[in-house]
Design a protein around this ligand. Structure first.
Ligand SMILES: [Zn+2]
Length: 226
């Protein structure tokens, strides 16, 4: 029985996996000469391995591949499907944030996990714009995000330190969208932490507070009537 240690996305650590099946194939790259003869010019050799985690039984596909000129017998490239979740961030399950913000938030986390930091930064900026609109700061009041953030500050809707962080969201998003400058891993991790807390502060905490306040009010009203 072939086994090896692979990072398991469900167990969230290296676990022993059992090889269930393996398949070898090759891809041929063809060319055509001036007499219309077709001939091979390169090969890529693939091995597809189907692994099962011996702990949780989650399946993983491993693809190993090497080119014709690679004289080393060992495969030189390996990819796992789904992508190994090392460093992957889970998206929070928000229950009371606007639907379009929740959808964009999940896409941002997905981009981050796929290491698409430019798209993640653009998405974070888009969420910030949506929060402004949700606070009734419309394009009529200020078309640009910079102006919207100034209005947020003037109306004391957030503290200065939060406004500073939101300005960083804007700069990260602007650099990504207009100059294709990718933020680095740490910048995105920090921005996502702020984003999580912002959504919690702006929507979840308020929703939970209103719910518990209503419960207290209704409970006391019911007791008074008895
Ligand atoms: Zn597992």
């Amino acid at each position: 029985m072939d086994t090896k240690f692979i990072y398991c996305n469900l167990c969230k650590h290296l676990t022993k996996h059992q090889l269930k099946s393996s398949h070898k194939s090759k891809e041929v790259e063809l060319d055509v000469d001036e007499d219309h003869n077709i001939f091979p010019i390169d090969y890529i050799f693939y091995t597809h391995n189907f692994w099962i985690c011996m702990g949780c039984e989650l399946a993983t596909l491993e693809v190993q591949y090497r080119g014709l000129d690679d004289d080393d017998e060992e495969p030189i490239n390996t990819k796992f499907f789904p992508t190994r979740a090392i460093k992957i961030r889970d998206s929070r399950d928000f229950s009371s944030i606007p639907k379009e913000i929740n959808q964009t938030y999940k896409e941002v986390i997905s981009c981050f996990n796929e290491r698409n930091y430019i798209l993640a930064a653009i998405g974070i900026r888009a969420i910030l714009e949506a929060i402004c609109r949700n606070l009734n700061i419309t394009d009529k009041e200020s078309f640009g995000l910079k102006g919207k953030l100034t209005i947020l500050k003037e109306r004391n809707l957030f503290s200065n330190s939060i406004i500073n962080a939101l300005n960083e969201f804007k700069f990260l998003g602007d650099d990504a969208a207009h100059k294709l400058i990718s933020p680095n891993f740490s910048e995105v991790v920090l921005a996502l932490s702020v984003l999580d807390d912002l959504l919690e502060h702006q929507y979840e905490a308020k929703y939970n507070l209103e719910n518990s306040a209503d419960r207290l009010h209704n409970f006391r009203a019911k007791n008074k009537n008895q």
